[in-house]
Write a protein that binds this ligand. Structure first.
Ligand code: GLN
Length: 481
């Protein structure tokens, strides 16, 4: 599967060689062909998209530049607010809710000339690793529809992989952009905490959540980061200044770059064919002039335990706002308390309830210090271990996901095996750092493998340099086969 990238689409629309309307119709055509099978979207906003594309075409005709993403179709994860357009978080509890405003990232894409084509499916409230926890049914992996696309941003990853849109947005709390990117064979970026505005992102774990792009190419992902990133006065966690100038450094190469392979992410639990691809990636970076060595980051082994205390705790607090009064669905009952219970019982799915109960428990009096407090200390340890590694290395690499895409239904019975999908991605969120997944060949089953490039806070430039070299090496390897 090979589809046009965003940069070339925007270049041809800006030059007047193609119209945004033609580009849109081509993508809507692909959606019409395969969406029933894939279910990437909760909603395709065809009419709005046609109006937006027409406005882009009118701007070009009038001699105005619609922006760096002129006429580029984009799919938006359905936990990002879109004004007047249903935003469901793939949950029944938000049924009927239409946000009165656009998320900052949605506004910025529109201002850059992009054409929003729809809202993509996700695990309910972004809790999951397979998109099977959606109240509206699973999304399927375009490479093999018996497999999951990963999650929670599975719809956004599948939309790009299936050619429904060249770029999409997701959110990443513990790996929800990088893991589905890996499983669907596309690029996915989780920027440094605070670099991309979360105004209008429905909150899950507020100390972990970050918005980022999916794309076919590293260059497209870099451009989307620059477009949506940078300071937003409306988000109190937003870092001052612009997104690092990653697009300018994509062809810098990796000569002299110090790359560490994270020892703890290469052993137990990692499929041998996936580990082999990471070693091949390391060799490609070394061949391009980087120095590559193994490095131990011991505290990452506590990542999963710390995450499943911090994330549910924050989720239980964030999701308390869905009470049948302020948003979406309400199940009527005799008293307010009974109404809230009935609404939440009917509105939330099993995984969301599991997280709310776990989070409420770990925050309760008498347990707070033992659980939440300890998890926060582990986070500090993890940051210290990463800091020590980043004194010696500019970037680190690891698998993104321990395996290639697994079969639908394979892990739904056992939440713990599902949680293990994120062992390599979670530490980045706990540390507040940057990381991205780059497709790097296939596993023994012929399905995509993603290599994760990790960087310290604001280390996006070296991260993208390494990613660009890996992308070129994977292309050369694929071409040689
Ligand atoms: N899979 C992880 C979870 O279920 C991460 C989800 C995410 O990043 N939103 O919490």
């Amino acid at each position: 599967m090979s589809f046009a990238d965003a940069l070339s689409i925007a270049a041809s629309v800006r030059a007047g060689d193609r119209t945004a309307t033609e580009v849109l119709e081509e993508h809507l055509g692909r959606i019409a062909e395969r969406e029933t099978e894939i279910h990437a979207f909760n909603l395709v906003t065809e009419q709005d998209a046609r109006a937006t594309a027409a406005a882009v075409d009118a701007a070009v005709a009038a001699g105005n530049d619609p922006g760096p993403l002129a006429g580029v179709p984009v799919a938006i994860k359905d936990n990002l607010c879109t004004r007047g357009v249903p935003t469901t978080c793939s949950s029944k509890i938000l049924e009927g809710w239409r946000p009165p405003y656009d998320a900052t990232v949605v506004q910025r894409l529109a201002a850059a000339g992009a054409v929003a084509v729809g809202k993509t499916n996700l695990d309910e409230f972004a809790m999951g690793s397979s998109t099977e926890n959606s109240a509206f049914g699973p999304t399927r992996n375009p490479h093999d529809t018996s497999r999951v696309p990963g999650g929670s941003s599975g719809g956004s990853a599948a939309a790009v992989a299936a050619g429904f849109a060249p770029i999409s947005l997701g959110s990443d709390t513990g790996g929800s952009i990088r893991q589905p990117a890996a499983l669907c064979g596309v690029v996915g970026v989780k920027p440094t905490y605070g670099l991309v505005s979360r105004l209008g992102l429905v909150a899950f774990g507020s100390s972990l959540d970050q918005v980022g792009p999916f794309a076919h190419t590293v260059a497209d992902a870099a451009l989307v980061c620059e477009v949506v990133g940078g300071h937003d006065a409306g988000d109190s966690t937003s870092i001052p200044g612009d997104f690092p100038a990653v697009t300018e450094h994509l062809s810098d190469g990796v000569s002299g770059l110090r790359v560490g392979i994270v020892t703890e992410m290469m052993g137990e639990g990692i499929a041998p064919d996936v580990a082999a691809r990471v070693r091949a990636a390391a060799a490609a970076l070394a061949a391009a002039g980087a120095t590559v060595e193994e490095v131990s980051v011991p505290a990452v082994t506590f990542g999963l335990s710390a995450y499943y205390l911090v994330a549910p705790a924050e989720a239980s607090s964030n999701l308390s706002r869905y009470d049948g009064v302020r948003f979406g669905n309400r199940i009527e009952a005799a008293t307010t308390g009974e109404m809230m219970t009935a609404t939440r019982t009917a509105g939330f799915g099993d995984e969301v309830k599991r997280r709310i109960m776990l989070g409420t428990f770990v925050l309760s009096a008498g347990y707070f210090d033992a659980f939440y407090g300890t998890a926060q200390k582990v986070r500090t340890l993890m940051r210290q271990d990463f800091d020590a590694a980043y004194e010696q290395f500019d970037v680190l690499i690891s698998p993104t996901s321990p395996t290639t895409a697994f079969a639908i239904g394979d892990k739904t019975a056992d939440p713990m095996t599902m949680y293990l999908n994120d062992i390599c991605t979670i530490p980045t969120n706990l540390a507040g750092h940057a990381a991205m997944s780059v497709p790097f060949g296939t596993g023994d089953d012929g399905l995509p493998v993603g290599v994760q490039v990790l960087a310290p806070a604001l280390g996006e430039i070296p991260m993208f340099r390494a990613a660009a070299v890996l992308e070129a090496a994977a292309l050369a390897e694929g071409g040689a086969k």
